[in-house]
Design a protein around this ligand. Structure first.
Ligand SMILES: N[C@@H](CCC(=O)N[C@@H](CS)C(=O)NCC(=O)O)C(=O)O
Length: 410
């Protein structure tokens, strides 16, 4: 909804605190990136599993295992570890896993690495999720996932492709995506697994989510429009709260992938530039990005506000404008978020507001629709001050996202 024409005075912090909503139960409630223990109604001594995954929920192989545990409702603990691209790996983790690679998992005290090996061991211990991972069809589908991954990497991560090579890379990617669609179309429902959603579906989720985001942002390619069976599969996933709790958005992926992939290259077409600018401003990409079935704007705005207030001191202190000068502009943006009215920030705050806009990470900080509203409120408030933009987000690392500032918050 566009903001009303009225302008508001910035609410005070106590005024804003009245909008705080209780956080859902992170232990037994819906899937949440903030959980450190998941019991699904079981007693704590039922826990046999510890999942080591990254703080920011950026690691695709971790998402695969995370999804599996959530879909199977296996009680587990979570220990978060820093990825090299955004900080220093914790020494306790390196003594456990010398390569530092994520994910890792402990099952009854046994350490397991490599996401596929982890899933196989979990399957042995707790039973398969739909089709067993080593059945003939599952192996074929897992190979198809790697084929699609390779075609995506060639298109997205090869620097300096000529227009002809770009076209070839796109055709190659689409021919593998069509094979995936054929597999989906063979089933009566939207899933790859006839009993669906099974392990074979979950194996595809992390990278197909990243393909959808990165190909829109860097190539102007709308995966969900071009490949309707993949869209149906996404729509079905988005009905499931255990997927939504892990789901990221296009802004997050567009900017977390370059350091992880060693660079993502734009095809330099006007469609890509328009989509990238829309995503960067925080507008999202509507149905191509994801549509949550039960998201009311007011509820999601309150969830965004609740997360900001939890980290208020760290957000103020880490802002380039400094805590004191960023206080009023941040309250203005939050006032806009909650009242849907423009609120004039103090002069010289546009860059600071956009600095925060650029660093909201999904699902680490909040759900996809909440982040979209918060980014839009930050951008609308910044635009009242001017068009000045912060430095572009770094491409080689994301040390600007070091989690340590936020570790003790809340
Ligand atoms: N083949 C491995 C790949 C795991 C992997 O590449 N992990 C990346 C994160 S997505 C990693 O831990 N990199 C080290 C780091 O970023 O710190 C698996 O399937 O588990």
């Amino acid at each position: 909804m566009p903001p009303s024409s009225a302008t508001a005075e910035p609410l005070t912090w106590p005024d804003l605190e009245r909008f705080i909503v209780p956080e859902a139960d992170q232990i037994n409630g819906p899937t949440s990136a903030q959980s450190l223990l998941r019991l699904f109604g079981n007693p704590e001594d039922a826990v046999r599993v510890t999942l080591y995954r990254d703080h920011h929920a950026w690691c695709p192989y971790c998402q695969k295992v995370w999804l599996w545990l959530e879909f199977k409702r296996i009680p587990y603990r979570i220990r978060k570890v820093t990825m090299r691209c955004y900080g220093q790996k914790e020494p306790w983790f390196v003594s456990k896993v010398p390569s530092g690679m994520l994910p890792a998992l402990e099952l009854d005290g046994e350490l397991i690495t490599e996401s596929d090996v982890i899933l196989l061991r979990l399957e042995q211990a707790f039973g398969a999720l739909g089709m067993p991972m080593e059945s003939e069809r599952a192996i074929q589908l897992r190979q198809l996932e790697r084929q699609l991954f390779r075609a995506w990497c060639i298109w997205l991560c090869s620097p300096g492709l000529s227009s002809r090579q770009q076209q070839q890379a796109r055709s190659q990617f689409q021919s593998v995506a069509r094979k995936l669609e054929q597999e989906m179309n063979q089933q009566s429902g939207p899933w790859l697994d006839p009993e669906g959603p099974g392990s074979v579906d979950l194996v595809f989720v992390p990278y197909v989510e990243r393909m959808n985001a990165s190909l829109a942002y860097y190539k102007g390619f709308r995966l969900r429009q071009e490949h309707p069976a993949i869209d149906r599969w996404f729509v079905a996933l988005e009905q499931l709260e255990n997927y939504r709790g892990t789901q990221s958005d296009m802004h997050t992926h567009a900017h977390d992938l370059p350091p992880q992939m060693g660079g993502c290259w734009s095809d330099d077409n006007p469609e890509a530039a328009a989509i990238a600018s829309r995503i960067d401003r925080g507008e999202g990409l509507g149905q191509d990005e994801g549509v949550w079935p039960e998201a009311s704007n007011q509820g999601m705005a309150a969830r965004a506000l609740t997360r900001v207030l939890r980290h208020r001191n760290a957000l103020l202190a880490s802002n380039p404008l400094g805590a004191e000068r960023f206080d009023q502009p941040l309250r203005c943006a939050l006032t806009h978020l909650m009242l849907n009215q423009h609120c004039h920030p103090e002069a010289g705050s546009a860059v600071a507001l956009r600095h925060l806009r650029d660093r909201i990470s999904v699902p680490r900080d909040m759900p996809l629709p909440a982040a979209r509203l918060l980014r839009q409120a930050l951008e609308a408030t910044a635009a009242l001050d001017g068009s000045e933009r912060p430095r572009p987000l770094p491409l080689r690392d994301r040390l600007d996202q070091n989690p340590m500032t936020f570790r003790t918050a809340g």
